[in-house]
Design a protein around this ligand. Structure first.
Ligand code: IPE
Ligand code: MG
Length: 225
């Protein structure tokens, strides 16, 4: 979800307002995904590297996330959303950790859409923590297959993503789901995240539909040929 700062700048507003508008965009996209029967949505909210930002922006983001949980948790629950938080929880405040715990516990029986919020998340961190967890669980080197390691990854509750959308015009992964995107289709949109809505989502899904997914094999035979 990139482009919040630029969205605010365009309007001569502080960056914080871009992040605030970004939260509203998340709520709208969750509903749009439910309407389209998408079952898993993962959003990159705060990366392991975002701590490098000025401290007032970081604390603004932390406050915003806390406010968003208290404002939208009940609505998300009513929409049938199950919330999962992926990322390193060690470095976040006790208050935020408690908010995450509450969000996960209160939505754990929901089945319509699983919203995984990547917070203090990094793809490399995820691979390392999965290895550490596997070692701690006593997995032997010969048993450590791809399928086995996948079970220790932060997104083990979800299938590998079909579609990866990055907004804001940059064409890079920025340490998001490195392990899980081996065969994911990528769509890069110039749209700034706060302006990303149903129209842009449908455009991305449209591009996805045109892709020929072979997963390393040869093209599937055309019907009737
Ligand atoms: C992404 O928007 C939101 C977060 C990382 C929290 P940016 O803050 O990166 O927005 P730009 O790239 O400066 O426009
Ligand atoms: Mg950015």
């Amino acid at each position: 979800m990139d482009g919040n700062g630029r969205w605010a700048k365009k309007r001569f507003l502080p960056r914080f307002f871009g992040h605030k508008q970004g939260v509203e965009a998340v709520v709208k996209i969750v509903q749009a995904c439910i309407d389209r029967e998408v079952e898993f949505l993962t959003v990159f909210a705060f990366s392991s590297e975002n701590w490098k930002r000025p401290s007032d922006e970081v604390s603004g983001l932390m406050g915003l996330v806390l406010a968003a949980v208290s404002r939208y948790l009940a609505r998300m629950g009513a929409m049938g959303v199950r919330i999962r938080v992926i990322g390193d929880r060690e470095a976040v405040s006790v208050k935020l950790r408690q908010a995450w715990d509450e969000a996960e516990a209160s939505t754990q029986h929901n089945t319509k859409l699983t919203l995984s919020v990547a917070f203090n998340y990094g793809g490399r961190w995820d691979i390392v923590q999965a290895c550490q967890s596997a070692i701690k669980a006593g997995v032997q080197p010969a048993e450590l297959t791809e399928a086995c390691l996948s079970e220790y990854m932060a997104l083990s509750h979800a299938p590998d993503p079909d579609l990866f959308i990055r907004t804001g015009g940059e064409m890079r992964i920025s340490n998001f789901l490195l392990w899980q995107v081996a065969y994911t289709e990528f769509v890069f949109s110039d749209c700034l995240w706060p302006e990303f809505g149903e129209v842009q989502l449908d455009a991305a899904i449209g591009l996805f539909r045109q892709r020929d997914r072979r997963f390393g094999g040869t093209a599937p035979a055309l019907a009737g040929v």
